[in-house]
Design a protein around this ligand. Structure first.
Ligand code: MG
Ligand code: FE
Length: 168
């Protein structure tokens, strides 16, 4: 294996861990949301997409001769990469999570751009195609979050102003 192959495999494993972390961030958020059904709906959609992304990454790794059992070790190793995520006790958790999710999606976008540079250089067209699909889903999610930050913030303020439950 060349150094570049090794860099690619390491990046794929890191992305696999990143996606598992994404699930561990989004699933508790969805289960807590009460007053923001449009956010819950989009998060649930992205959870389903993320499960597909994990399968694509595993497919690429298997194509490179990497066994699936090796992947378990990488889970949760992203750790402090996005240490700011997880504000479940804050009164404005819906806003903090909206901001943190936008940051996380942009982290994912950067990770896939890095992997795509290596897949392209290696002329690995199947990996390129699979990684492009993941990247497109991250770009769509980031765009949705970008457009939703204003809406969520103003809805939170309006609910608070009217004395209604706004936190989640
Ligand atoms: Mg993802
Ligand atoms: Fe994502």
């Amino acid at each position: 294996m060349t150094d570049t192959d090794d860099i690619f495999v390491t990046g794929l494993r890191n992305a696999h861990a990143m996606e598992n972390q994404a699930l561990s961030i989004m699933k508790p958020q969805v289960s807590r949301i009460e007053n923001y059904p449009e956010v819950a709906h989009r998060l649930q959609q992205h959870i389903t997409e993320t499960e597909g992304q994990i399968q694509r990454l595993e497919q690429i790794l298997e194509g490179l001769g990497e066994s699936r059992s090796m992947l378990k070790d990488a889970v949760l190793s992203v750790g402090g990469a996005m240490a700011t995520i997880g504000h479940t006790v804050a009164p404005d958790e819906i806003i903090k999570n909206s901001i943190a999710n936008f940051a996380f999606e942009n982290y994912e976008i950067a990770a896939y751009k890095s992997l795509l540079a290596l897949a392209n250089q290696a002329s690995n067209s199947s990996a390129t195609s699979l990684l492009q699909q993941n990247l497109q889903e991250e770009l769509s999610m980031a765009e949705w979050l970008d457009q939703n930050i204003e809406t969520v913030t103003l809805k939170y303020a309006a609910l608070r102003e009217s004395g209604q439950s706004a936190k989640k």
